[in-house]
Design a protein around this ligand. Structure first.
Ligand SMILES: Cc1cc2nc3c(=O)[nH]c(=O)nc-3n(C[C@H](O)[C@H](O)[C@H](O)COP(=O)(O)O)c2cc1C
Length: 153
């Protein structure tokens, strides 16, 4: 069934970042959506086992870093290594948003979000964030699309 779902629903690719207790981290996420205009709310579906999950819960903030089509290797790296074992931010150029989330300088765009709700849904948590800051950093770039076969063979 997953093979059909991943072809029937299309996604962009993001690096979700957060900082808490002196730890900064980011992970690749495709299950992201806008869910409200007023207020501006977005949803990130993050599995509880992810290191980033704990950082979002602890800090109450997270950021979305939108990846461009030339950043598939970055997406693979952030999506196949865990902050539990490696410092993924070590060799990455970033600045911090107003609430301290790492923002990749090479991202196409970013949104910083305040966590306003969290719902358990099957094996993921739906984090609902209100967008409080954001910028299109590279308007000339085109977004990376999540095509299952390109990431998982
Ligand atoms: C293309 C791609 C998309 C992914 N999308 C998600 C997602 O939407 N939600 C999720 O929980 N994990 C997703 N993952 C898996 C996490 O990125 C991966 O488990 C990562 O190592 C977690 O890092 P962390 O433990 O440092 O938080 C995705 C991985 C890839 C490669």
């Amino acid at each position: 069934m997953q093979g059909i779902i991943s072809k029937a629903i299309t996604h962009g690719v993001y690096i979700v970042t957060a900082q808490a207790n002196g730890k900064k981290n980011g992970m690749t996420a495709a299950w992201i959506s806008q869910v409200s205009f007023k207020p501006p709310l977005i949803m990130a579906a993050i599995a509880p086992a992810r290191f980033t999950h704990g950082l979002i819960k602890a800090s109450g903030y997270f950021a979305l870093n939108t990846l461009s089509e030339d950043q598939i290797e970055l997406a693979k790296y952030f999506g196949t290594h865990s902050g539990k074992q490696v410092d993924k931010m070590a060799n990455i150029a970033y600045f911090e948003s107003g609430k301290g989330c790492p923002i990749l300088k090479e991202a196409m765009a970013y949104l910083e979000c305040k966590l306003v709700n969290a719902f358990e849904a099957g094996d993921h948590t739906l984090f609902i964030g209100q967008v409080i800051e954001g910028e299109v950093l590279r308007p000339e770039k085109r977004p990376l699309l999540f095509i299952w076969d390109k990431f998982f063979k």
